[in-house]
Each structure stands twice: as structure tokens, then as C-alpha cells.
Ligand binder design. Structure first.
Ligand SMILES: [Zn+2]
Length: 121
């Protein structure tokens, strides 16, 4: 189990990541409104369109990550943070530091990835 000091460390880490992401989203949104400016050349429009799709994909990923970070913060609050949701063993400190939003220990994660590979996802 993680002690209070460790929990505080991960809470800060997650809050920092969340703040960074929210700032990033703000920037993306204001960048997108620039795209609505006059752009008469169709080639430029096409480029802008693919930029826009790219931006939307990034935003989608950001949104998902924001959700994951919020879930992780909830788990810190209710005392389930750092526990694998599959086998209920503790997730190693190193793994949490590398991927603080994770809900699976390394063994379960590997199992999940292997299963996905077999299913061809
Ligand atoms: Zn596990």
C-alpha cells in the first residue's frame, strides 16, 4: 500500500499533468478559431482541413487523458489508488511514476496487451 507521503506525491504529479493538459486544450481551442479566418486559396484550405483533423484527434486524446487523470485523483481520494483493478495487487512504485494514471499492474497490463494482440485489436 502507498503511504500518505507517496499519495501526496502522486496527487501533485497528477494535478500538474491535469493543469498542463487544460492549458494545452485552451491553446488548441484558440488555435482552431484562427482557422476560421479568410483563406481563399483551396490548397491552403485543404492543408487547414487536415491540420484541423489532426488537432481534433489530439483534442480527443487530451480529453481521454484528462478523464483518466481525474479518475486517478478520485482513486487517491477513496483509497484505491495504486491497486491493480484486475488482480488487486499493489502496482509498483516505478510503474506508477512512469504512468501515474494506470489501473493495472505490469503483469495484468502485459496479459491485456497479449490478449489484444491475439484478438488483433
Ligand atoms: Zn494485476
Amino acid at each position: 500500500m502507498l503511504n500518505k507521503k507517496q499519495l501526496k506525491y502522486f496527487k501533485n504529479l497528477l494535478n500538474e499533468k491535469l493543469e498542463d493538459l487544460l492549458k494545452e486544450v485552451d491553446r488548441t481551442v484558440s488555435g482552431m478559431s484562427d482557422l476560421n479566418e479568410n483563406m481563399p486559396d483551396p490548397t491552403d484550405r485543404a492543408t487547414l482541413e487536415s491540420d484541423r483533423n489532426f488537432t481534433l484527434r489530439i483534442r480527443d486524446r487530451e480529453r481521454k487523458l484528462i478523464g483518466k487523470i481525474k479518475d486517478a485523483l478520485d482513486r487517491i481520494e477513496n483509497g484505491t489508488y495504486g491497486i491493480c483493478e484486475s488482480c488487486e495487487e499493489d502496482i509498483s512504485d516505478e510503474r506508477l511514476k512512469a504512468r501515474p494514471v494506470t489501473t493495472l499492474c505490469i503483469a495484468c497490463k502485459k496479459k491485456q496487451e497479449d490478449e489484444e494482440k491475439i484478438k488483433g485489436i
